[in-house]
Design a protein around this ligand. Structure first.
Ligand code: NAD
Ligand code: WQD
Length: 338
């Protein structure tokens, strides 16, 4: 297929481009590089021995985006839409920035797609659309609610995409709700490269293990979980990337709007993740247990059965694989892509 990938230079986007190239899809990436480097795409092409096209374009610039679609020699068959901001805390500080960059940019993208007769899209949604769930595992039919501007931007975009389909059922829309992506490609050449001090658990752990940060703070040890720390559904980024390839195949069946949880269905606590990381790497992760982080749910993990049944997809990599691959990437690239 001829694919447009927005945000393709980022963490999940680059891993997905790699899997798509392996399947011989033609790829055009648009990314403004606000949270990534073109080096990720250079490495993707080096690993696969295949080429993709790259345009440094901001989705808020509708004309520039339209030019990319117009300049294609073959019509785009589908768009995979990763581009957006993702830091929960930052979204609370700068809500307008998040609504602009996550919602307005998606409106631009859909308008440009429609004008160019492209009506197949896969959207990077998130488990955050389930809010603070009362019951786990969460399933796709639960009501959606955001607990912060980032989360609400994902809920809003899901609603917008549903409305677009209601108005014009030529659209096919895959809403992929990711749980907690971690890990890196097994080559150790591409991985997660956060700007500044990481917010997320695994990048923080690996920067402590390599000595860039002194110790990890475990946010909360008094939750009603087996060991008192929070439980999440960590999923290997390569499994997630493969999920996109499967979702694209699903869109070819003209399914309308479909939503899928992409997770393992298995929860691990923060302390279990630290133990798994220490076991597979042989490195110590000094940590202290502090108070809870505001807004954290005690437990969040998903039921991935729908994706298994309808996409013939399931996560295959273990928590040990996730930690091992994160560490391989961190050791080989202590300063990320710099
Ligand atoms: P990332 O920051 O690594 O990738 C996002 C990419 O989008 C970056 O390359 C960035 O430069 C680009 N971008 C941002 N705004 C843009 C704009 N206006 N125009 C063009 N490019 C723009 O993040 P990621 O972890 O790869 O996440 C990808 C998507 O998945 C995001 O939409 C995110 O919200 C969603 N998601 C991520 C996670 C996670 O934990 N990583 C979980 C659930 C959902
Ligand atoms: C994981 C666990 C922390 C850092 C976020 C977004 C969510 C989705 C996935 C995009 C939690 C604990 C963390 C640290 C810690 N993203 N932790 N010390 O919060 O589950 O989910 O990413 O859609 O929307 O909210 O991920 O990696 O921040 O935290 O103890 O230094 O690790 O309390 O239990 P989270 P995370």
């Amino acid at each position: 297929m001829n694919l447009l990938v927005t945000g393709g230079a980022g963490y999940i986007g680059s891993h997905t481009c790699l899997e798509l190239l392996k399947q011989n899809h033609n790829i055009t990436v648009v990314d403004n590089l606000s949270n990534s480097s073109e080096e990720s795409l250079r490495r993707v092409q080096q690993i696969t021995g295949k080429k993709l096209s790259f345009y440094k374009v901001d989705l808020l610039d509708r004309d520039a985006l339209n030019n990319v679609l117009q300049s294609q020699s073959k019509k785009i068959d589908a768009v995979i839409h990763f581009a957006g901001f993702k830091a929960v805390g930052e979204s609370v500080q700068r809500p307008l920035w998040y609504y602009q960059n996550n919602v307005q940019s998606t409106l631009n993208l859909c308008e440009v797609m429609d004008a160019n007769g492209v009506r197949n899209i896969i959207f990077s949604s998130s488990c955050t659309v389930y809010g603070n769930p009362d019951v786990v595992p969460v399933h796709e039919d639960l009501p959606l609610s955001g607990t912060n501007p980032y989360g609400r931007s994902k809920v809003m975009v899901e609603q917008v995409l549903n409305d677009i389909y209601q108005a014009d059922n030529r659209w096919n829309i895959g809403l992929l709700r990711y749980f907690n992506p971690i890990g890196a490609h097994e080559s150790g050449q591409i991985g997660e490269d956060p700007l500044g001090i990481p917010n997320n658990l695994l990048p923080y752990i690996s920067q402590v293990a390599i000595g860039k940060l002194k110790q990890l703070t475990v946010f909360g040890g008094d939750y009603s979980t087996a060991d008192g720390s929070c439980v999440r559904d960590y999923i290997h980024v390569v499994d997630l990337a493969v999920g996109h390839v499967k979702a694209l195949e699903k869109l070819e069946e003209n399914p309308g709007v479909v939503a899928y949880n992409l997770g393992t269905g298995q929860g691990y606590s923060v302390l279990e993740v630290i133990a798994a990381f220490e076991k597979v790497t042989g490195e110590k992760v000094p940590h202290i247990i502090s108070g809870r982080r505001s807004g954290d749910a005690a437990e969040c993990y998903g039921n991935p059965e729908k994706a298994k049944m309808e996409l013939s997809w399931q996560a295959e990599r273990s928590i040990e694989d996730m930690c091992r691959d994160t560490w391989r990437w961190q050791k080989a690239n202590p300063n990320g892509y710099c």
